[in-house]
Design a protein around this ligand. Structure first.
Ligand SMILES: [Zn+2]
Length: 813
């Protein structure tokens, strides 16, 4: 176990929870709103001056510090300055006025020393003099200015040079340093060989080492006692309440303290470089996440892995009864490991030391006792990859993907990474997805008391009032999940769910249309691709692009894009265009006519593809469709799919994708032209010239010869489905070669389609001829067939070629 090489015991400041009596990791802390600390400005008398620089002030000179934890003053070992900052000796002009004031929860109290008439010289950062003058309510006169480095080695204790954490953003620019009660203080302490003093016990009370404060709670009366003591001794300049982020124990919701205790640590320093390299080889989604994990891993201190909890996985260490020397090596670990793998981790607590020790140490069992510390739970979850990926045959290391909320950069993502790097030298995952949190529809955090919680079960099953809270079913909530950009926080509420339900119903409607129009379909009715009308080839080209794009989105975990693609495709490309036009062919083209069969070929392909690409998001809808498929379908390998998920993912059809580039552009323009034609038809409808668009005839004219010839070709298309009149759903279309004045002025409603430099003039008048009773198209042929005087030419041939079967005959056969 390579990890053992990185584990050591040490006495260092760690987050400590007095309320539950244990060390805590960063990930076990919360920062509730509204914590108020008693912050104080205190002064320490200088007893020894190193340089002659400040000789003149030596009898009355102090260093001023600011702290939000007065209780750490008894553990003060030094005052730290920033070597590069400018400092000043200031003369404090005493004030006899009582400056104590209280406004709201901002309490302010001026110390006795400011009311004293003695001359007082204090050292603070020069930049902060005006701020402090205002805060303390006294006049401060700069007597001398110098650099922080000039102060090094003053004695009060010592003045030491700290790091860049000492700034002039707040406080005095001098930092009281208690190496037993702060991470930065500890590092400074190590550098100067300062004592790591922490006179506080497990319950957060001062120990006897704290003298007169012994027994008092540091977060309560102990804190007050220290403030009073400082004031009595002319060392308190001012006290004021200070609101800031302060760490609380997430379990007990009580404040924590920072305190040096004996703990087990994993030396992150030992494998930090390998960790940083591994981070670069992982795919982070969204990509910015790499910055968070990098910052958190590069700056983190050694990992405190021991906890003082009554429950948890034990740290398998033995201590010598007399010397307290720990015994933990590969042999003892392996022995305990084999016991725990058989009996579970409780064995550590109920088995004797003798049984827990390997053979070699057994005769010395009486000299040892069991450690009682438990392991950080983040160590447990952080090693889940070993218990899962290493143990299950169908899984491989590293995992394809880890998925959790953004808060896990300092939690699970990091602890998993550290344990895996330490033991395997490799990240336990190839990719990591982080997501935001779900907020209500106004962007507020959900809480029971605010009454804004969206309960997924109620969304699915509905509430008591079915109008207020209808039962949307699981697919609607799944569709919503797919629709949001999960990389940030996401909103949900009744209005959003209602919209989602509408979108779901539209999708369902699309699938119903497909099913309905395929009721008589058999796979061998399919028209070969090369025989399909261009409109159908174009539809397959669009479908194939959609399938291709959706596949890419799934592979990149961009589900909201899939949602957008599907929504746009079903509404714009299918409902508003292809399906709308197809109705004429499907309903009037003749049951087994080429034109209907070619359309059904396209519809069947759409149904099978859409079904498969939406199944992961709306499985119930997809299964519902699959179970009601009106025709038999087999996978390419001949296997039957009993359930939708037994279908293979649609393979891309290169032929469908190879729709000629110039035709792609022409069809894009044609669809835009159709939109403009529809606008003119709308004008004609509003002008009462026509009702249905089939009552209209459309005129087009363009100076663009290429476009004109293509449009003309479409008016005379070989396949009826490709004719412009069908695409516009009008009865006639005429492409005019010139704009004769007489002609143009007789057209009542006109418009224009502009594509770059080219324009197409659009005119709408009433269709010529009479209305065909069967297809409602207008035609000059209506009335010319004596057997069927109410039919157009097309309907006449359909009726004559395949007369409708008598209903009775169908029943008899
Ligand atoms: Zn007709």
């Amino acid at each position: 176990m390579a990890l053992l090489g990185y584990i050591y015991k040490g006495r260092k400041p760690v987050h400590w929870s007095p309320s539950s009596g244990t060390a805590l990791a960063e990930a076990e802390l919360v920062y509730p709103e509204g914590h108020i600390s008693r912050s104080i400005y205190a002064i320490f008398k200088v007893v020894g001056v190193k340089t002659s620089l400040l000789e003149e002030f030596r009898h009355n000179m102090c260093l001023a510090v600011w702290t939000t934890t007065p209780w750490t003053i008894p553990a003060n070992a030094a005052v730290a300055v920033n070597a590069k900052l400018q400092y000043s000796v200031i003369e404090v002009q005493s004030s006899s006025e009582d400056e104590s004031a209280s406004t709201g929860n901002k309490k302010k109290m001026v110390g006795k020393v400011l009311k004293n008439q003695q001359k007082l010289f204090v050292i603070v950062a020069t930049d902060l003099v005006p701020t402090l003058e205002a805060k303390w309510g006294v006049k401060l006169i700069i007597a001398k200015t110098f650099l922080g480095s000039d102060l090094e080695g003053f004695s009060l204790g010592p003045v030491v040079v700290g790091g860049d954490y000492i700034t002039t953003e707040s406080g005095t620019g001098l930092v009281h340093t208690a190496p037993g009660h702060g991470q930065e203080d500890y590092t400074t302490g190590l550098k100067y060989g300062l004592p790591i003093f922490a006179p506080v016990d497990d319950g957060g009370n001062f120990t006897e080492e704290a003298g007169q404060f012994s027994g008092l709670s540091v977060l309560g009366e102990g804190n007050s006692a220290v403030v009073s003591y400082l004031d009595e001794n002319m060392s308190l300049v001012m006290e004021e309440s200070y609101a800031h982020k302060y760490p609380y124990d997430w379990r007990t919701k009580e404040p924590t303290i920072f305190r040096a205790t004996e703990q087990w640590f994993a030396s992150v320093e030992g494998f930090r470089k390998a960790t940083m390299e591994a981070i670069d080889n992982v795919k982070w989604i969204p990509h910015q996440a790499v910055n968070r994990i990098t910052a958190m891993t590069s700056s983190r201190s050694d990992w405190c892995i021991s906890r003082q909890r009554a429950w948890g996985v034990p740290i398998p260490v033995f201590y010598h009864v007399q010397t307290k020397e720990p015994l933990m090596n590969e042999e003892t670990i392996n022995h305990v490991k084999s016991i725990i793998s058989q009996k579970g981790s409780d064995a550590w607590w109920y088995m004797s030391v003798e049984d827990l020790l390997p053979e070699k140490y057994r005769d010395k069992a009486a000299d040892y006792e069991k450690g009682t510390d438990t392991m950080d739970v983040w160590f447990d979850s952080g090693s889940s990859w070993a218990g899962v990926l290493g143990k299950r045959e169908d899984l491989t290391f590293p995992a394809d993907l880890y998925l959790e909320g953004t808060d896990q950069h300092r939690g699970w993502f990091q602890s998993s990474l550290l344990t895996s790097i330490a033991t395997k030298g490799k990240a336990p995952y190839s990719a990591v997805i982080t997501h935001g949190f779900v907020l209500d529809d106004k962007g507020m955090k959900m809480s029971k008391s605010a009454g804004n919680v969206v309960n997924p079960r109620m969304v699915i099953e509905g509430g008591k009032d079915s109008k207020e809270a209808p039962a949307y079913g699981a697919d609607v909530i799944r569709l919503w999940v797919s629709s949001v950009d999960y990389t940030g926080d996401v909103l949900v509420g009744p209005q959003i769910l209602r919209q989602m339900s509408d979108i779901y119903r539209k999708l369902r409607g699309t699938l119903r249309y497909l099913l309905g129009n395929l009721h008589d379909w058999r796979v061998d009715n399919a028209v070969p691709y090369q025989d399909l009308p261009i409109i159908d080839q174009h539809a397959l080209f669009q479908l194939e692009n959609v399938v291709k794009n959706i596949k890419e989105c799934y592979e990149n975990y961009q589900f909201f894009k899939i949602f957008q693609i599907i929504q746009r495709f079903t509404i714009v490309d299918l409902s508003n265009f292809y399906f709308d036009i197809a109705k004429d062919r499907l309903y009037t083209g003749g049951t087994s006519s080429f034109t209907r069969r070619s359309c059904q070929t396209v519809l069947a392909t759409h149904l099978l593809s859409i079904l498969r690409v939406i199944a992961p998001i709306v499985p119930h809808l997809a299964e519902d469709v699959w179970q009601n498929l009106p025709f038999e379908y087999r996978n390419e390998d001949g296997s039957a799919a009993k359930f939708v998920f037994e279908l293979k993912w649609p393979t891309l059809n290169e032929q469908w994708l190879s729709f000629p580039a110039e035709d792609i552009l022409f069809w894009e323009r044609l669809l835009e032209l159709r939109t403009e034609v529809n606008k003119v038809l709308e004008l004609a409808r509003n002008g009462k010239l026509i009702g249905s668009s089939l009552e209209a005839k459309v005129y087009l004219h363009t100076a663009d010869a290429g476009m004109a010839s293509k449009l003309l070709q479409m008016c005379e298309a070989k396949n009826e489905a490709d004719t412009l009149q069908r695409i516009f759903i009008t009865s006639q279309v005429e492409v005019l070669s010139s704009m004769e004045k007489e002609m143009v002025s007789s057209v009542q409603h006109t418009g224009e389609y502009v594509a770059g430099e080219n324009k197409v003039w659009i005119g709408v008048s009433r269709a010529e001829g009479s209305k065909c009773e069967r297809c409602w198209n207008y035609s000059g042929q209506v009335g010319s067939f004596s057997d069927h005087p109410t039919l157009c030419g097309r309907c006449f041939s359909v009726i004559v070629a395949s007369p409708p079967q008598p209903v009775v005959a169908a029943v008899v056969s």
